[in-house]
Design a protein around this ligand. Structure first.
Ligand code: BES
Ligand code: MN
Length: 455
């Protein structure tokens, strides 16, 4: 076994302990109260990367800091730009966690903590792989640039500006994005496509103040009923989105890619029970579940703030209410254009007697990569080798906003992969990372660097 691979195997406990230190820092990027924690995670990483022998730097931004590090000791060899995010999602509902989210523990071979899978435990395998070379004084087969952001879960505005302004510094031959996952236990995957996203909030106001629902019911407009009408007008009963021009730019996947999905060991019934737990799957008719999640755009409502939601009852007609609504996009839909069509349709659906205010939060463009790219083929070989099982090509319905710019702005063939399992509970209570997959993931990164260096 090559020396870095052996080093990684011999230091499993140490890598787990160090990852756990990082997981103890509650770096929730969307909550103002955690701003200091987000900073602390960035500093922890910058220090760690410096200590293992990289030139590392904490880069301040308008929002949360970026962490940048590089090793450029292989002149003439290819350069890989590696990406991860050190921010995490909020932890509520806290009472559904078996153990506290920021006190990592191992149960049944998995490490449980917020961020264990998304994404600290994933990009840490890149760092562990680099460390295995540096500590064994084995020259890395490729040059490495490492960019870790702290705003992925809240839209990634700062890294977008950084990539726009520092294209030269980030020059590379390929990108490695460790923020996706495995197809199933033991089955590694290269993710060829990500959906894009448009995140919005639709606020409806009716009366100038909250009103007694007995006194004024019958004349006063109700913002929640208005929102219900608006939402009901966004989709038909067959799951088709009713926004005019919404589907105009949608490009279906290549038949070869689709054929690959048909060969995946995917059982809809088992999936329904294991991952969804609802009485049935829903969605656009005429498409398989994988197509609906990976290659079709969707619209969802995340919450409806406002009105009376406290204990017991209160007979009130609220003055305002809102709905947080997002759309997931597929190639070649454009987030700004989709937002304009959405806005126009919501205005059209807004009932008499109410006013609507439509806000746009973050957006991200969808991406799809060709499996024929050498970097993708190299990743497939590396994953197949490390896991001892053929790596498959998949897409995911999730979004990683900066990837569109890695491809479009920096021109990088981008390998999107990771070691999390479908039941890793991303964004949910009891988020977890299977440790066997984590360690095999380190081996896979080492092999990917070898493959890239040999190119
Ligand atoms: N790691 C996820 C994306 C992902 C999810 C990849 C599932 C593969 C499988 C990422 O951190 C994420 O959740 N992104 C957000 C971005 C959004 C807030 C702009 C998402 O998709 O909701
Ligand atoms: Mn993530």
């Amino acid at each position: 076994m090559p020396i870095p691979a052996e080093f990684a195997r011999a230091h499993r406990a140490q890598f787990e302990a160090e990852l756990s230190d990082l997981l103890r820092i509650p770096s929730i990027s969307t909550l103002a109260a955690n701003r200091g924690d987000v900073q602390a995670a960035a500093r922890w990483l910058t220090d760690y990367l410096g200590k293992i022998g990289l030139a590392s730097e904490l880069i301040s931004t308008q929002g949360h800091p970026l962490v940048y590090a590089e090793w450029t000791g292989a002149p003439g060899r290819p350069t890989v730009l590696c990406y991860g995010h050190y921010d995490v999602q909020p932890v509520d509902p806290l009472d559904l966690w078996t153990t506290p989210p920021f006190e990592p523990v191992v149960r049944a071979g998995s490490l449980f903590a917020r961020g264990a899978a998304d994404d600290k435990g994933q990009f840490f395998t890149i760092i562990a792989a680099i460390r295995a070379y540096l500590e064994t004084k084995t020259p890395l087969p490729a040059n490495i640039k490492l960019l870790i952001e702290g705003e992925e879960e809240s839209g990634g505005a700062s890294i977008e500006a950084f990539v726009r302004d520092h294209g030269d510094r980030l020059r590379a031959d390929a990108a490695l994005v460790l923020d996706a996952g495995m197809f199933a236990p033991g089955i590694p995957a290269v993710t060829l496509g990500l959906r894009g996203i448009v995140m919005t909030e639709v606020e409806v106001t009716g009366a100038a103040r909250d009103l007694h629902s007995g006194q004024y019911g019958g004349v006063a407009p109700n913002p929640f009923v208005a929102l219900a009408e608006i939402i009901a007008g966004l989709k038909d009963p067959h799951g088709r989105i009713l926004i005019p021009q919404f589907y105009d730019r949608v490009v279906p996947p290549h038949p070869d890619e689709e054929a690959g999905w048909d060969r995946l060991p995917f059982d809809e019934e088992a999936f329904l029970h294991a991952e969804i737990g609802a009485p049935a799957l829903v969605g656009e008719s005429g498409y398989t579940a994988l197509e609906r999640m990976w290659a079709r755009p969707t619209l969802d409502v995340h919450g409806m703030p406002g009105g009376f939601t406290g204990e017991g009852s209160k007979t009130v007609i609220p003055a305002k209410g809102s709905a947080k609504i997002s759309m997931r996009l597929v190639p070649e839909q454009d987030p700004a254009e989709v937002f304009r069509h959405f806005e126009a349709h919501v205005r059209h659906l807004t009932p008499r007697g109410t006013r609507v205010h439509i806000r746009r939060y973050h957006g991200a463009a969808p991406v799809v990569m060709s499996p024929a790219l050498p970097a993708i083929a190299a990743a497939k070989r590396a994953l197949t080798d490390a896991f001892g099982r053929d790596a498959v090509f998949v897409r995911t319905g999730g979004s990683i906003p900066i990837v569109a710019d890695f491809i479009g702005r920096l021109g990088l063939p981008t390998v999107i992969t990771g070691w999390t399992l479908p039941d890793a509970n991303l964004h949910s209570p009891d988020e977890k990372l299977d440790l066997e997959h984590f360690h095999t993931g380190i081996q896979a990164v080492i092999r990917f660097f070898e493959e890239m260096g040999a190119a």
